[in-house]
Each structure stands twice: as C-alpha cells, then as structure tokens.
Design a protein around this ligand. Sequence first.
Ligand code: MIC
Ligand code: SF4
Length: 640
Amino acid sequence: MGMTIAQKIIQSHLLSGDMTPGSEIGLKIDQTLTQDATGTMAYLEFEAMGIDRVRTERSVAYIDHNTLQCGFENADDHRFIQSAAEKFGVWFSRPGNGICHQVHLERFGKPGKTLIGSDSHTPTCGGLGMLAMGAGGLDVAVAMGGGAYYITMPKMYKVELTGSLQPYVTAKDVSLEILRRLSVKGGVGAIIEWGGPGVKTLSVPQRATITNMGTELGATTSIFPSDEITKAFLEAQGRGEDYLPLESDPDAVYDQVIEIDLSKVVPLAACPHSPDNVKPVSELSDIKVDQVCVGSCTNSSLADLMMTAAMLKGKTVAPSVSMSVSPGSRQVLRMLSDMGVLSDILLSGARLLECACGPCIGMGFSPNSSGVSLRTFNRNFLGRSGTADGQVYLVSPETAVASALTGHITDPRTLGEAPQITLPAHYTVDDSAVLAPAPAEKAADVAIVRGPNIKEFPESHPIGDVIAAPLMLKVGDNITTDHIMPAGAKILPYRSNIPHLSQYCFGVCDETFPARAKAAGQSIVVGGSNYGQGSSREHAALVPLYLGVRAVIAKSFARIHAANLINAGILPLTFADPADYDRLEQGEALEITGIDDGLKNGTFTLKAGDKTIVLTGSFTQRQADILKAGGLLNYTAQKQ
Ligand code: MIC
Ligand code: SF4
C-alpha cells in the first residue's frame, strides 16, 4: 500500500511502536525549537535531567514572546536561556531577531526532517515538508537529550486543492475556510496533508500560513509536499542543499478527503471568541473597527508585509483606527527597508512594533475597552488580547489593511484592483543574530545565569490506587490553555515562577479557584470536550499541580495538554458516557478508585455520593509508569 508524506517521515524516524492509528509511537527528533515563554522551564528541565549537551542535529532557542521588559524578570530569563543555550549546545536567536516559527522556516527547517517545539504553532515548518509538532517543554527537553518523542499514531486527512486564489483572497482565508468546515476539534488525532493541483499555486510562506493555523483545528500537525516551489524558496534563502523532494504515493490511503476549490474561497473572518466562528467578511461590513494588527507567526512573512505596504502606500489609516505592524523576522524588516517600502507603512500612520509575537500574546498593544480589533493572528480566545472585553476578529493582512483604511470591516475586493507583489529571487541572509553555542570542550566553563525569579518546580506525587478529593471546578467545552493559565504582559514574566503564576489559574472562569484549591490541598477538575486546546504551555499542567489538582475528568482532551498532564503526574480521564458530565456538581466530594487496575485495563470508577460513574483512560505502559512515578522528570530520573 502506498504511503502519505507524513507516514514516510514517520517510518524513517520510528524508534518504537507500530504505525497503526491510535497506538503509541516513539519518534527520533532531528531538530527542536524553544521560545522564551516556555523555554525557561524547558532548559531547567533539561538541566535537571543531568545531560551535558543536546543530541539533536539542530536545536534553537528563540526569544520572541516576553520582549517587553517592564522589570528584571524577562531580561533575567533571556540571560538564563542564552547561557543555558551556550552551555548545552543550542543556537540562540537573540531578542529582536524574530518570531521562532518565521525564523525557523526561513533559516533552519528542512523537508523530510522531524522538529518538535515548545510552542503549539511549530507545525508552521510543515509548509516546507517537515514533520513539525508542538509539544510540552519537558517533551522538548527529553528530545534535546536524544530521547524519543511519543505521540499517538495519527489518522491521515487530505485536503485536495484545485483552482487558484482570486485577487485579494489569501492563504489565511483558506485556513479560515477549513476551520469553518471542521471546527476547532476537527483535526484532533489527525495529520492534515495538503495536496492536489492547487498546491502548485501556493508559495512556501502561504503554505506556512496554512500549516500554522492547522494547530487551531487540533491537528497533530499539517504538512505540504516538498516540490520545486520548496526548492526555489530554499535556494532563495541560500540553502538549496537542504532541499529534498517529497510527495505522497499515488495509492496512499487517507481516512478523510476534503476538497477545496481555491477559486471559490472568499475573504473570511473568525469572529469573537473562537477561530472557528467564521463568517464572510462581506457580511460584517457594519462593524466599526478600533484597532488593526498585522503580524504574528501566521502572517508576518515578507510577502504579507509587502502587500501591507503596497495597500497602505500613499494612504492614511482612518482616524478612528489604531494600527500596528510587526514583521516576523529581522530579515523581513531589513528587506522592507532595503526595498524602500517600509516608509509606505510608516507614513500611513501605522505603528511599527518589533519583530516579535507582541499583541498576539497580549504583550502590549491591547485594544481599548470593548474595542473591535482585527488581527492577522491565529487565536482570538476571550481575554487573550489583554483587554477582557476586547472583540478580536482574525483576518488576512489584505482584509486588515482594507479595514484600517475605511474604519469598518471591509472586504478588500471592494477596493478595486489588487497590487501585484513580486517576491525577490534572493532573500537577504544575515544570521549574525543567531549565536552559536560554545564548542563542546569549552561548555563546562559556561556558567548558567539565574535570576531571582526562577523558583523551584512544583512537587509531583506518584499516583496511588485511589484519589479522593473535591470537585473544585466544573467548566464547559473547548476550555483553552489561556483559560487555565492566562498569558499577557502582566503574567508572562512569571513563567519560571509557578507559585506566583498560580494566583491567576483559571482566572477567566473563576477568580476564586486558586485560593479554594490551595485551601483544599487536593482537588479534581471536570471539563467538557476538547479540554486544554490551544497552547503547548506546560504551565497549564504545572500550575494546577502546584495548586493540588490530582486528576482532570473531561469529555475529551486536546493532544498536547493531555501529554502535559501526564508529564506533570496529573491523571487525565474521560467519561465513558459523556452524559455523565451533567450528573456532577461543583463542590461535591469525588473518589476515583481502581487506579492501579485502570492504568492497565483502561477503566476506572468514580464515586460521587450515591452516584457511580465509569471513567476511561487508555494509557500505554510508559504513560502508566510516568503517572506512577509522579511525572516524567521523576520517571526519567528513576530510569537513569
Ligand atoms: C500561543 O500562541 O498561545 C503561545 C504563547 O505561543 C503558546 C506558547 C506559550 O504559552 O508560551 C503556544 O502556542 O504554544
Ligand atoms: Fe507568538 Fe502568537 Fe505565534 Fe504564539 S501564535 S508563537 S504568541 S505569534
């Protein structure tokens, strides 16, 4: 039987397991990336594992999230990561060099290789034909040490593209179209492969926008073939030698095939507060816009910003709109400047922000009270912008600029002819902001610089046969990691200080949770379906662990979060009958019994008063051993 692109890469990297969907496989990881908001923890974990140097082909540490330095905390973390990278053999991308996914795509991603990153949008490099996945920091630390990365063998979905995009319709609209069709749960347990004749009409940056936003479908990852367009991109980046052609076999079998005719896609917007709440832009034209932000790892490539500049040229942003532009990398910024088009952005009244995540993660540029913000980003979860009642819409750069000019949501096709963008044959390459690690023989001399904001890990406990604890919080469907552990400029500086972070845990749902959980000592959280969607942040497991959460019971879990819970030693269980969710009430005393047997046979018993409820959880021997050891760090230490 023929193979899909992903199956080919998996097969060539398989360290354990068999490739039957649903079973656990261990993969050899060629490259890793970290960013600063998750990286501090990842390098502390790597250090705790006692390994001297990374054993990957390439590991890169980026500083791109926590770049507002309103105190010593972020600056200290940057220094910590820089020194850890130097010592452990990791390349260090300095603050200001750009967003991890954009820079990795430009400079390091390679077709046919595996990449994991402590950031959920790591699939961006799938645009180059790489098997790239988001993971918790601890999983990245293990992979840096040469250990396997374990996932459940995914199903294979194919999106068959035909036709080509109409003027002013973009790869972002394609991402929104698939979110409209499949929802934020539609890709769970699957790898989404993009193919068909329409693929040849999409550049690598366009493909990367699509694989980036595949994360919002809950997919394990998304991937494009590696073809002559990939080759041209790599050559233009001065690294033609990294090219490897890759395509699926003609008789490859997919579990689901979705067809999209690119010529029928229209400008779309994801309305508040979910990336799958998608409507045509043309139906939203009554909505007044207060803020417009162009940037983020989804839409900050040179092509995106050349289009932004061309549309702004000679015009001014409407007086009622505040607009920002954040280039994805220093390469993008430099080339805009060298081409002379940066001034078209500046003269329009847009504010130029640094090459970083910025407003996407609430790191500045929050909207006004109840303000409508149009963003070219990938997530519009409630409160993520930093303004609790901000109304965030996700759109393409073209729709964003058209709306910035008119002051209301505007279909760019109403502006007349679209500017033609011609990408340069060569990108200007300057890797001087990526610092090489110390050579192995000098590594011992490098001292790790640690600031006072770095606090100890929360203590995890081996799972026993019974967990008896109150139901401390009951939440609904699609709870994101931004609900569990919010981000934003005020909280992000404390990513290496779990006790401090804990005050904000579940703050979006119930501000009283941290104090109640701490007072109770031990507790259980109950959620609906797709619990923990969104970010890869392991803080959404480590902070509940610190507050005494011993188990989470949900209708279903998002992939990375479930792995993070197990790694932290928290038991993630699902309802055998989802209707039982309605039988539980916040505050009641719960007892999960038969855990020892359940870890083997997948069935657990929950008692709540006189109710008996069946819970399920299928754990591999490895996962059961991690839970029994009290988390992955303890398990790894015990194995050494
Ligand atoms: C995000 O987009 O939510 C983040 C911030 O990049 C996260 C990582 C984090 O929480 O640090 C992600 O996507 O994994
Ligand atoms: Fe940064 Fe936003 Fe991309 Fe996350 S989604 S990596 S915060 S730009």
